[in-house]
Design a protein around this ligand. Sequence first.
Ligand code: GLN
Length: 311
Amino acid sequence: GTPKQPKNCSSLLEELVEQARQAPRGGQVADYIPALAEVDPDHVGIAVVELDGTVHTAGDAHVPFSIQSISKIFGLAMAMSRTDDTLWERVRMEPSGQAFNSVVQLEWEHGIPRNPFINAGAIVIADVLTSRYSASKTAFLQYVRYLAGKESISADHRVWESEKQHGNRNAALAYLMKSFGNIESDVPAVLDHYFFQCAVSMSCVDLAKSLAFLANKGVQPGSEERICDARSAHRINALLSTSGMYDQSGEFAFTVGLPAKSGVGGGIVAVVPDYGVICAWSPPLNRFGNPARAVSMITDFAQRLGLSVYH
Ligand code: GLN
């Protein structure tokens, strides 16, 4: 159905940020690399970008943070535009029911990851980009800068370097898939691309703006440029709904009902078809690796405005 138009969206966002600041942190910030462990756990921000270009913000909505797994959406959209349906022979479209960095299913399933939003699937997508673009990292950066309309977006090189140094689990996933023939390029090059895209820094406003095409059948509002065909936008939203919140995707569909993607940097984006995109940020993570207070802010926002796509 058509979402209720929020009359005082900005004051609602202020209220949600205030509530989040007072709530328990709900977990610890990601600490698998020093550069992320140092992030101030008390940052709280939220931005809503509507399809007519209206932007509402509260808290630290303009502060850049590590987008981490949210980058998997951009990577997938790029890969889908450079490939055909044979992509889905290399990565499936099923929820995993396992942690985002799980190795176990990969061996049973002969190196074919369950979906493009768990790490294994995103590494296959990184392989597609590495082999289809002559300079995939530059192409990735150009793509997000173009989508966000902001030339200053870049990767945090300290995060990129430490991801590489502490990336043994991701390397294991990539080599296991390579052994099954599901990685074409050299594993170090694929991992380099994957870690680079995870290390890109963007704010809530940047992320909500850049993903608005997913709420608008593939057309970026404002510039009216077609980013992907309507079918691809629909498919990305479907995958976000079933797999974007990892092992908490079912609960998120149940309580919120929006296609969404989290990252261990503490961000979440949620797509509201035909309305816009919400992005919330708060670094501490719950046991699923999703940012607890950001989940609560998006949950409250969606419930108060009746935004679930399942209404
Ligand atoms: N860089 C992180 C990793 O590969 C991204 C995971 C995430 O954000 N969930 O482990």
